[in-house]
Design a protein around this ligand. Structure first.
Ligand SMILES: Nc1ncnc2c1ncn2[C@@H]1O[C@H](COP(=O)(O)OP(=O)(O)OP(=O)(O)O)[C@@H](O)[C@H]1O
Ligand SMILES: [Mg+2]
Length: 431
């Protein structure tokens, strides 16, 4: 029998928060090509005074709830758990390490989807969900005496190892070194988790070998501009290691005292398959149904749509928008993250405005839908004016040492910030 066709059934415990309160049992089953997962909440959690449903696709009821992936692009796990699992970048590092181990030990079974989920470092796993094996160990925890999250001064070592992987030149040592550090977050781009000097957890995003411009400086510019435009955005800065600009972005799913804040992506909240076209009006509906401060959040969402259009951030898929749990099953929009100016892409949002409107391509369609986001025309024009004013001053901020773009690099970015829709916004505001 080939290793892949041996049936697999494994059970782990799902826990929550710094205290690791048990939530329930997660079962993963694979038979041949078919796989599914199932989850049952513990009676103790169902009776807990602070109980809430951790993932919109689960229900807060007793008994097993079973889940299959909606398509080959979707996870076999419930949304909020899938939100913690590695994506293209992390999977690549885990798979290459495994392939190397398998060369030395051909009896090692192939990786399953559960292995990828368990490979995520427990200390840095996104949100508050945690996984514990039958032996009571949180997954994954670094061996005693080894550090899973490096301090800022190790950024260079992490970068070198990540670069080697991108080039296909990595050593076994590089791969071992990156396990946990470089694999614990979703997304496509090379990144790692890192500890800031003040002990706060952060993400380090590296330039990638294929980049045609300084993507990391572009992202820090976008996040800083966002704050000036009245968006709540993850705080970010450039840390230069030799000639390499690393974007260091503070984690918003952690706080000092008791650590971990539950998180779910917009994809999870909408229970959306990666294959589907979904829209912002549906997100506004979900905010109204599950939001802690629905009016503020739908208004904030509309502001983000204006900002995305004006900076040409067209990678607005549903994993790039998230929610943090406040209490009693109510959620707030997480600060904006993964904002990037795309000077070379068509200015068309990935997520639609509404089912009728389709993708966002211009300011007028946003204004026409503002009422759905709790803004009358006058309020919408005020938001537009604030965002437009902030974005129009992108050049001095780009040149500021905290972003560090050089004057000759501004031409690479200009089409993202200066285009027909920025002219249109300015013209509408002059009226
Ligand atoms: N500041 C933050 N605090 C907490 N979690 C974050 C933060 N920024 C990103 N994340 C989480 O890490 C994941 C990956 O980050 P990010 O989206 O920035 O990476 P990416 O590789 O650029 O993604 P993409 O594939 O969308 O280009 C996000 O989907 C989100 O779950
Ligand atoms: Mg992303």
């Amino acid at each position: 029998m080939k290793a892949e066709s041996v049936p697999v059934r494994r059970q782990v415990e799902l826990c929550i928060g710094q205290a690791g309160l048990p939530l329930g049992a997660l079962v993963y089953v694979r038979q041949g090509q078919r796989e599914h997962s199932a989850f049952a909440y513990d009676a103790a959690w169902l009776a807990h005074p602070e109980r809430f449903n951790v993932s919109a696709d689960l229900q807060l009821v007793p008994g097993y709830q079973s889940r299959k992936a909606a398509s080959a692009h979707d996870s076999v796990f419930y949304g909020a758990l899938a939100d913690t699992s590695p994506d293209a970048w992390g999977r690549r590092v885990i798979a290459r390490d495994h392939a190397r181990r398998r060369k030395n030990d051909p009896s090692l079974p192939a990786l399953t989807e559960l292995d990828y989920l368990l490979a995520v470092d427990d200390f840095s796993r996104v949100g508050a969900l945690r996984l514990r094996d039958a032996g009571g160990h949180f997954q994954q925890t670094a061996a005693a005496g080894r550090r899973s999250t490096p301090p800022l001064i190790e950024l260079e070592r992490v970068f070198r190892a990540s670069r080697a992987i991108e080039r296909g030149h990595e050593t076994t040592e590089d791969l071992r070194y990156l396990q946990g550090k470089g694999t614990s977050l979703g997304g496509m781009r090379p990144k790692c988790t890192i500890l800031e000097e003040d002990g706060w957890l952060a993400i380090g995003k590296f330039p990638s070998v294929g980049d045609a411009r300084s993507v990391t400086r572009g992202e820090v510019l976008a996040l800083k501009l966002a704050a000036k435009a009245g968006l709540e955005a993850a705080s970010a800065r450039i840390v230069q290691i030799d000639e390499v600009p690393v974007a260091v972005i503070r984690r918003f799913d952690r706080h000092g005292a008791d650590g971990r804040i539950p998180y779910q992506s917009a994809a999870t909240l909408l229970q959306a398959s990666r294959q589907e076209e979904r829209s912002y009006t549906e997100i506004a509906d979900a905010i109204r149904a599950h939001g802690h401060a629905p009016t503020q959040d739908v208004q904030q969402l509309w502001r983000r749509l204006v900002f995305n259009l004006l900076i040409s951030n067209v990678d607005d898929h549903l994993q790039n928008l998230g929610f943090l749990h406040v209490g009693q099953g109510l959620w707030r929009l997480a600060p904006a993250f993964d904002l990037n100016p795309f000077p070379d892409k068509e200015r068309e949002s990935k997520t639609w405005l509404s089912e009728q409107d389709g993708p966002i391509t211009d300011v007028r369609m946003l204004l026409a839908r503002a009422a759905y986001f709790a803004l009358d025309t006058e309020q919408a024009l005020t938001v537009l004016a604030q965002v437009q004013a902030a974005v129009s001053h992108w050049r001095p901020l780009a040149l500021d040492p905290t972003v560090g773009l050089r004057a000759q690099e501004l031409d690479d970015f200009a089409p993202a910030f200066e285009h027909a829709q920025s002219d249109e916004a300015a013209a509408l505001l002059r009226r």
